[in-house]
Design a protein around this ligand. Structure first.
Ligand SMILES: *Cc1c(COP(=O)(O)O)cnc(C)c1O
Length: 495
């Protein structure tokens, strides 16, 4: 190489570290103070508010080319970002299905980023904590210590990992090597018609296709109908398919219904199917003393997805998949390229955590669960789950006592489906009124709820996965639904 073209090292190298650590410390302390006040006062702010045009415009500026002081940038975040959250840390956020986060988890995310370790694996403390959190998940669910598991971004990824192991175990061929085209009989997976949409995406990504997931009708309580399931399996065998896996849901996203997991485990054993449980909502009910009986049988799953960023309120993101047959799990993902070979000692002698999923680089997401569990103890998290379920029951009672409201689905746990009703109004007109109630509750900053359709009926949906919700928040919701319903019904019927 021409010596004159060798890159020269600049006399003073640059880095991303600050030139003045004292100034950074002062600013960081201010940010921490602001963050604490933000969380302390969350109840005083609207759940959600629309962003002014001027604020939106600040997110369309050009790629920054020259530096700016961090204090300036923080001012922008404080003014334009922090006042416009999704709202899920607010005590009256009950939309879709989320968690409400916690300060310790946020500190943990900060410390994880400061330490900066990569959880692809290796011999370091973070890797042991990652393993320990997976072990604690097994213990909470009642899985054997010999099971394996991995922490992922959330429930969707956890289900994808579990279903991948199921496919590979039931394919009857080395599907990793030969691909799905070599599977002799097309595989069939079964779940109720209430199954979460991530399973469809998983089957598509696994090359099996949406049609490989048969949706089985549900009973009046929105639980998978076992006779229909049995019939579908028999039909498929007859038609030359290979029934491979049944997915039980412990807490459906629409109504919180819990499939009969004990019966599904029996049926899977009888039919030689893989038994996967989507426990993103309800798996952790195992730690709630008053309600754990609802998920009996969950410990018999071959694989299970749970979501610590829901009922453990970890800041996003963290999901977890557990697999009973640890070697089957490892066989589904392990690849050891030369640059990731283990050594007998040193940094590369630790566990290779990337061999249990799709990511190579993995973040230190375990710390936020580890610190919060140590701080509060698992029993408190169990009581908080019981508390949310009791609140679901309380709200249900309020609705049943109010003639202008009606329940649209039975409440099992913490999800309540209801609607405003008014004599002589039904169908699309009723849907329009209820949709308008939902939007005004959001726009007035009172509460965030969502809507859904259950067995063909449109309804409002309240999912109380929130450690900040109090009884009077639910009283307010009922009062406001009735007030808004009245107001909207009056203006729509008079025009
Ligand atoms: C939330 C949820 C999922 C998806 O989990 P993410 O963490 O959002 O990826 C899957 N199944 C059920 C039942 C859920 O409630």
């Amino acid at each position: 190489m021409d010596v004159s073209r060798r890159p020269r090292i600049a006399p003073v190298e640059e880095s991303l570290d600050p030139s003045d650590w004292t100034e950074l410390r002062a600013l960081s302390h201010r940010i921490a103070d602001d963050a604490i006040a933000y969380l302390r006062d969350v109840r005083e702010r609207p759940v959600w508010q629309e962003m002014p045009v001027g604020v939106r415009a600040t997110f369309e500026t050009e790629l920054p080319r020259s530096p700016a002081p961090l204090a300036e940038i923080y001012r922008e975040v404080a003014e334009n970002v922090m006042p416009y959250p999704m709202g899920n840390i607010h005590p009256r956020f009950w939309s879709w299905y989320m968690g409400s986060s916690n300060f310790t988890g946020a500190l943990a995310d900060f410390l994880a980023a400061i330490q900066g370790s990569n959880l692809g694996g290796g011999n370091h403390a973070a890797a042991l904590i990652d393993n320990q959190v997976v072990s604690w998940c097994k213990e909470m669910i009642g899985f054997p210590a010999s099971a394996s598991g991995t922490l992922v971004s959330g429930g969707s990824m956890a289900n994808l990992i579990g279903l991948t192991v199921a496919r590979n175990a039931k394919a009857g061929t080395d599907v990793r090597e030969t691909g799905v085209a070599a599977i002799e009989k097309p595989l069939r997976f079964y779940a109720s018609d209430q199954v979460h949409s991530c399973h469809r995406k998983a089957l598509e990504a696994l090359g099996l296709g949406n049609r490989a997931l048969r949706r089985i009708p549900t009973d009046a309580d929105l639980r998978i109908d076992l006779a229909s399931l049995q019939k579908a399996i028999a039909e498929d065998r007859e038609a030359g398919f290979r029934p491979a896996c049944v997915i039980g849901t412990a807490g459906t996203v629409n109504t919180g219904a819990i499939d009969d997991l004990e019966a599904l485990a029996d049926l899977a054993a009888q039919e030689d199917l893989w038994f996967h449980v989507d426990g993103c909502i309800g798996a952790l009910i195992t730690i709630a003393p008053k309600n754990s009986y609802r998920v009996t049988g969950i410990e018999r799953a071959d694989s299970l997805a749970l979501d610590p960023h829901k009922w453990l309120h970890a800041p996003f993101e963290i999901g977890c998949v557990l697999v009973r047959d640890a070697p089957a799990h490892h066989r589904s993902f392990a690849v050891t390229p030369e640059y990731l070979e283990s050594t007998p000692r040193g940094l590369a002698s630790g566990p290779w955590l990337h061999e249990y999923g799709l990511q190579t680089t993995r973040g230190f997401r375990a710390l936020k669960v580890w610190m919060a569990l140590k701080e509060h103890g698992v029993e408190k998290f169990g009581r908080l789950i019981d508390q949310n379920i009791a609140q679901g029951c309380y709200l249900t009672d309020l609705i049943e006592a109010e003639p202008l409201l009606e329940l649209v689905a039975p409440t099992t746990i913490n999800i309540v489906c209801y609607r405003y009703r008014s004599d002589g109004i039904d169908g699309e007109a009723l849907k329009a009124i209820n949709t308008e109630i939902m939007l005004r509750l959001q726009e007035e900053g009172t509460a965030a709820i969502s809507d859904t359709t259950v067995h063909g009926e449109h309804c409002l949906r309240v999912a109380i996965n929130n450690h900040r919700t109090r009884q009077d928040d639910l009283d307010l919701l009922v009062r406001e639904t009735v007030r808004l319903g009245h107001e909207i019904a009056r203006t729509t019927t008079s025009t």
